[in-house]
Ligand binder design. Structure first.
Ligand code: MG
Length: 337
């Protein structure tokens, strides 16, 4: 197997602001693994606050021996091999795992979603994220969301009600909200959950600090809408810890080190009675279709990466009725432009 890669800068349609950061592009590593006549495509999206970079990805890849990957792939063994190279680095590990899944699908002439046991008719609607901004810019951004059935709003900067009211002046679409650990006071947070319920909010992501287990657990116990752990839940071992603290978890391939472990996390969450939101970073069609292959097994989807970016190097997947459409092509079903 031959592994090649190129750094890529993915441009955002609008500067993106969440509770703690703002940026206009996202560093990626695009990766190909070739075997026989097929190429598997993978992608690492390395949003700066997660701690990986193009340089850390290059350093990691320099230690990967692609001859270790033998078809048919033992994905559990492969992730174990990658974890033994170095801890952390989930995004670049995800890029390898995604490329191998794409390659496996092509070698087997089967779509990834089928190999993973997903039913495309159960694809959830995907939310479209609006970053924190001035009311005028928010209204402008909402115009980009006209094909989406759910809007996701980033809160946690102190003007939460004003922001929601601005959005409500422009659309009645159901909302997800993400506080990105920005809330601090329990009672204020609880009051906010009741107010948000009245505003048509379906779920709240990571209201308080990921380290505040008691605070998040208390809110989960009392909140009228589901509380979802995101920053608190990275990989499989974290799923068990989320029980009793959150109603559900946000699984992202760039945290889980790829599709294999994300699938294991979904199965574990179901076993524990936790709901699952499948989310993304700023991503191209590649990582988005990788997550979409698993999305029918999840309760909600937040896979808006290609909708928020302007220089996707892959063709835009079909998007219909607010949902990604899984095609019957072997592998992930992605095509270069
Ligand atoms: Mg989140």
């Amino acid at each position: 197997m031959q592994l090649t890669f190129q750094p890529f800068e993915l441009e955002l349609n609008h500067p993106f602001t969440i509770a703690k950061f703002s940026r206009t592009s996202t560093p990626l590593m695009l990766l190909q693994i070739a075997h026989e006549d097929y190429i598997g495509y993978g992608e690492a999206s390395m949003v700066p606050y997660m701690g990986e970079s193009q340089q850390s990805a290059i350093d990691f890849l320099s230690r990967v021996d692609a001859h270790q990957f033998k078809y048919p792939f033992d994905f559990a063994g492969i992730i174990n091999y990658l974890d033994n190279i170095a801890p952390g680095n989930p995004a670049i590990k995800a890029a390898i795992d995604i490329a191998l899944h794409d390659l496996e699908g092509k070698l087997k002439q089967q779509p990834c979603w089928k190999l993973l046991g997903s039913d495309p008719t159960r694809m959830p609607v995907t939310s479209f994220t609006i970053g924190i901004d001035t009311p005028a810019v928010l209204i402008e951004k909402l115009k980009d969301a006209k094909n989406c059935k759910i809007i996701k709003v980033k809160l946690g900067r102190g003007s939460d009600k004003e922001l929601i009211s601005t959005i409500r002046s422009a659309t009645n679409a159901p909302l997800f909200v993400d506080a990105n650990q920005g809330w601090t006071d329990r009672q204020q947070s609880l009051d906010m959950t009741y107010w948000l319920q009245e505003q048509g909010v379906l779920l709240i992501e990571q209201p308080m600090l990921k380290t505040d287990l008691d605070g998040n657990a208390w809110l989960t116990e009392h909140s009228p809408i589901p509380i979802i752990g995101d920053e608190a839940v990275q990989r499989l071992a974290d799923v068990e810890k989320a029980k009793g603290v959150y109603h559900g978890i946000n699984i992202k391939l760039m945290k889980s080190a790829g599709m294999y472990e994300a699938h294991q996390m979904i199965l574990k969450a179901k076993e524990l009675g936790l709901k699952v939101l499948v989310g993304c970073m700023s991503e191209t069609s590649c990582a988005t279709l990788a997550a979409a292959a698993l999305a029918p097994q999840c309760d909600w989807a937040d896979l808006d990466g290609p909708l928020l970016t302007s220089n996707n190097p892959f063709k835009m997947p079909e998007f219909k009725n607010g949902k990604w459409v899984l095609n019957d092509e072997p592998g992930l079903g992605i095509f270069a432009r």
